[in-house]
Design a protein around this ligand. Structure first.
Ligand code: CMC
Length: 444
């Protein structure tokens, strides 16, 4: 009978080792006994950017990148986007199950009643320059919330965690809206707790002199679906940041700020902003082939919104976004950038360069076009991603804290610096011969 083990022969010594295979993985620590001699530290797995390393066991999100499949807690994203709501999804990600009617009402009540910010947060936001990027403001104010809720550091206490989870899901849109209003020189708008989560966010962003803001139902629904599509995506760069910082037992505000900082980058959540800038730069349909050629030579930019570490097929979220685009355009009018995006996709999907590398549109390719049609400025795009992703970050953080196998995240390295050398006094520097660089591995 076949055994669930892996035999490894070390050709340096001729010794063979048998390592257990569980869930198609081996434990990197099982490589440690593989040594050349007793003084040897033992074999390490080298995996920059974790391209083939599972850092945890997780029951939250499943992705089959080859077949373009995404499930939250087992439910296909297509069904959730069509039938569910963002707050229900937040409950699903954090609790593992869709809420019952009573649970759902309580959950929504709790989140809705934590939307207000301490008045001092306004002063913090006002301290930013008029042209500060809202994502920079969001990262900073998320971290600042830590100082308002010092009890949040009791991360091992489930009741304390619960409270901070409500606060973070509830207050992130308020922080985001305040950042937007500040950059527009507009007065802050307080939350309207009679509106839905997405509806209230639109209220805090766009309300002007009207006594009561009435969100457009089509835009409110589209935004709720966009939040659902962004709610979690297993061990991506920002979830990894959330887990990594959280593993030091930092409070969730600081961990969420770290996650938001990771999301800010153009290869991650900043990609939707980069897509819009790219589409504007291309400017018209006739420039698309030339742009594609520039991408292929590698001298220009990448085709932003294309490619994914995990998906080697069409991102299922991008398909859903394309469908909701029409509903948004009925209200807002068609965004002319859509034609450029469609042409880019058409050419890229037939081009050998993209086909060979399995590069398909990802979630960010069409989201920016919709956000723009809904009236959001480009700088707000990654902020919208962060609001949607908050329940996912919190679910990943909580799962990490409850996982007995997890410890403070602390990777190993292969040291390639200088061998030991003695300090050279200033007056003798420049003439002292430098010892050759030598590869050595840190041994503890
Ligand atoms: N345009 C052109 N070439 C690309 C692109 C692209 N968008 N993405 C990857 N490639 C090429 C890359 O040059 C490399 O080619 P070669 O083998 O000749 O060197 C090959 O495809 C593999 O790329 P990689 O960088 O090794 O792949 P990765 O898994 O490290 O990167 C990625 C994944 C998402 C960072 C990358 O595809 C990318 O930079 N895409 C554009 C930015 C983007 O849209 N990011 C949003 C990701 S989805 C939202 C999220 O989860 O954050």
């Amino acid at each position: 009978m076949a055994k669930n083990t892996l035999s490894i022969t070390d050709n340096r010594t001729g010794k063979t080792y048998e390592v257990a295979v569980t869930d198609d993985t081996i434990k990197a620590l099982d490589l440690r006994p593989i040594k050349v001699n007793d003084a040897d530290f033992g074999l390490l797995a080298y995996d920059p950017a974790f391209t083939n390393t599972a850092s945890c066991r997780s029951a939250i999100t499943f992705i089959d990148g080859d077949n373009g499949v995404l499930w939250y807690r087992g439910y296909p994203i297509e069904q959730l986007a069509e039938k569910s709501t963002f707050l229900e999804i937040a409950h699903l990600l954090l609790h593992g199950e869709l809420p019952t009617q009573a649970e759902c009402e309580q959950w929504i009540y709790e989140i809705t009643h934590h939307t207000f910010l301490h008045e001092n947060v306004k002063k913090l936001v006002e301290g930013f320059r008029y042209d500060a990027h809202p994502m920079g403001m969001l990262v900073s104010t998320l971290a600042a919330l830590s100082t308002f809720y010092p009890e949040a550091k009791e991360v091992r206490d489930p009741e304390v965690r619960r409270k901070q989870i409500f606060r973070l899901i509830a207050k992130t849109p308020t922080l985001a809206a305040f950042a937007y209003r500040h950059s527009r020189g507009l007065p802050f708008i307080q939350p309207d707790n009679d509106l839905s989560y997405a509806g209230n966010f639109l209220n805090m962003l766009f309300r002007m002199s009207e006594p009561r803001y009435e969100p457009n139902p089509a835009l409110e629904k589209a935004l709720d679906v966009l939040f659902i599509l962004h709610a979690d995506h297993e061990q991506n760069c920002s979830a990894n940041a959330m887990r990594s910082v959280g593993s030091s037992l930092a409070d969730p505000y600081c961990s969420a700020a770290a996650a938001a900082a990771a999301l800010y980058g153009p290869l991650h959540g900043g990609a939707n902003e980069a897509v819009l800038r790219m589409l504007n730069e291309i400017g018209s349909l006739k420039n698309v082939p030339k742009f594609i050629e520039k991408v292929k030579t590698g001298e220009g930019t990448r085709l932003m919104g294309f490619g994914h570490r995990i998906y080697k097929n069409y991102d299922p979220r991008a398909k859903i976004i394309k469908q909701i685009a029409d509903r948004v355009f009925e209200v807002s009018g068609r965004n002319p950038l859509l034609d450029i995006a469609l042409e880019l996709e058409r050419i890229a999907l037939q081009d050998d360069y993209f086909v060979k590398r399995k590069l398909y549109p990802n979630v960010d390719f069409y989201s920016g076009i919709i956000y723009q049609a809904m009236g959001f400025p480009v700088e707000m795009f990654p902020v919208l991603f962060a609001i949607g992703r908050m329940p996912g970050w919190l679910a990943q953080w909580q799962e990490m804290l409850l996982d007995a196998e997890q410890k403070i995240a602390r990777p190993r390295q292969v040291y390639i610096g200088h061998a030991r050398r003695d300090y050279v006094p200033l007056e003798k520097r420049g003439s002292a011969p430098q010892p050759e660089r030598k590869t050595a591995r840190a041994a503890t």
